[in-house]
Ligand binder design. Structure first.
Ligand SMILES: [Zn+2]
Length: 223
């Protein structure tokens, strides 16, 4: 069942990559069968020569040819990310200390550099990020411009209905964008201690709340 969910997440990632490739054919590598893959034993031959572990990141872009995007299974299954539009902006909103603005995180008890994203938009944002690494350097200017362009396009496509996502994901995305806009517009006055959201996101995986699901997983319970 978890495998089904993982492959469903992977299909979302491939779908997004192909959609971006169609719009920006010269700026993205060819999207073939093994271009977008999950980090797993079955793919160890394809990942060979790259990272042996994911060292804390959700996904990475393979610079060597053939280029690949390797994604942590947890991200494909849980589909929780954060929006990088302020953090990776050429002119980010800063807090009072001059650091890039932090945003409350719904699930973990800490802050992150953008509001949380859930469901398919979390996968889409990650693909925009990883594909923006193609022919750019690190997270420098070129990357930032490309990432913003890709995300803006995908966001427009989702909002105008050309790129269909579930109505739950669509509603959640709208809420999160509004929340990010609010934090950015309040800007410097709140950044020292951004308010915690007054709700808990009640996402479920296979009908089990995310935190419960993680606890069961860590105890080795199969679902
Ligand atoms: Zn990156």
């Amino acid at each position: 069942m978890t495998d089904d969910r993982m492959f469903e997440g992977l299909a979302m990632a491939v779908r997004c990559a192909k959609h971006l490739k169609e719009k920006f054919p010269m700026e993205i590598m060819a999207i073939k069968d093994n271009t977008i893959i999950e980090f797993s034993k079955r793919n160890s031959r394809l990942i060979h020569g790259d990272k042996k572990n994911m060292s804390g990141c959700q996904a990475f872009y393979r610079t060597d040819k053939p280029h690949r995007v390797v994604i942590l299974q947890k991200l494909l299954i849980e589909r929780v990310g954060w929006l990088g539009t302020n953090y990776y902006s050429l002119e980010p909103t800063l807090d009072e200390t001059g650091k890039r603005l932090r945003f409350p995180c719904d699930i973990e008890e800490h802050y992150q550099h953008g509001v949380s994203l859930y469901g398919e938009p979390a996968i889409i944002e990650m693909i925009c990020h990883e594909l923006a690494h193609h022919r750019t350097s690190g997270h420098a200017k070129g990357f930032k411009a490309k990432y913003q362009k890709f995300w803006k396009y995908m966001l427009d496509e989702m909002l105008n209905g050309n790129y269909a996502i579930s109505s739950y994901d669509f509603k959640k995305l709208g809420d999160q964008l509004t929340s990010q806009d609010n934090y950015v517009s309040i800007g410097k006055s709140v950044c020292k201690d951004p308010p915690k959201p007054d709700y808990k996101w009640n996402a479920t995986i296979n009908g089990i709340p995310v935190e419960e699901y993680r606890r069961l997983k860590s105890e080795g319970v199969k679902n």
